[in-house]
Design a protein around this ligand. Structure first.
Ligand code: NAP
Length: 205
């Protein structure tokens, strides 16, 4: 088991952090608001700790659990402290009513983050096709992901497996834009009969 760092202290931070902590990982929470970080760590429990916002994260995998509008600013703030890490972008850059996305091909949030991160820092897009309440349950799920390097995706897949979920590698950085649209597919499913207790996955025969 390893240490994983989560930047952000909201719903997804506690869902991913809770799952990771229950799976035996040490979870470090970093937030611009120290009180929010402490509250999230307390909710996660199982030895979760609070780190210093802007310092070098303890984990080799760093989940950016913030809103898409702030993701690049957060990465810019941490700057070289993120060198050597695998960044996990979970953001959904939805438009105002959640019927489309505000990014464009070649400039997904993940690709914007990669441009702002220290040179060579892999950015993997993941967890954005699973609603938080579904993720928080201890059920097996598919985790569609894309981006970064093959080595980073292999390390990330190992982490996902350790959480009791199935990693589904959809390819390199160009796939991050596809995953941002995939979350609109999830929203459409939820709104048109499937309900909100739903996550995307694949049947592999
Ligand atoms: N909720 C879901 O079901 C779901 C599913 C898939 C993906 N996502 C994505 O996951 C991300 C987090 O969602 P959430 O539901 O956890 O949201 P949330 O509960 O609102 O939490 C957002 C967190 O981001 C922090 N934050 C926002 N802007 C920031 C900035 N400019 N700089 C630093 N920190 C900032 C907030 O800090 P403060 O505590 O200081 O406000 C808060 O800790 C979003 O990008 C969302 O699209 C959500």
């Amino acid at each position: 088991m390893s240490t994983i760092t989560i930047i952000g202290a909201g719903n997804m931070a506690t869902a991913i952090g809770g799952r990771a902590a229950r799976s035996g990982h040490t979870v470090e929470i970093m937030s611009r608001n120290q009180a929010h970080a402490q509250a999230a760590a307390d909710q996660i429990g199982n030895g979760a700790v609070v780190g210093t916002y802007g310092a070098i994260p303890a984990g080799d995998i760093v989940v950016l659990a913030v809103l898409h509008q702030g993701a690049v600013d957060v990465v810019t703030h941490f700057s070289e402290a993120l060198a050597g890490k695998i960044l996990v972008d979970i953001t959904n850059p939805f438009n105002a009513d959640g019927t489309g996305i505000v990014t464009s091909e070649g400039s997904s949030v993940s690709q914007q983050i990669a441009a702002a991160a220290p040179a060579g820092t892999p950015v993997v897009k993941a967890f954005n096709t699973i609603f938080r309440d579904v993720l928080a349950e201890a059920t097996p799920l598919d985790v569609l992901f894309a981006g970064g390097s093959p080595e980073a995706r292999a390390r990330f897949a190992e982490f996902v497996t350790s959480l009791g979920m199935r990693p589904l590698d959809t390819g390199g950085p160009e796939g991050t834009y596809v995953l941002e649209w995939a979350a609109i597919l999830l929203m459409g499913l939820a709104r048109n009969g499937a309900g909100w207790n739903v996550a995307l996955g694949a049947n592999i025969h």
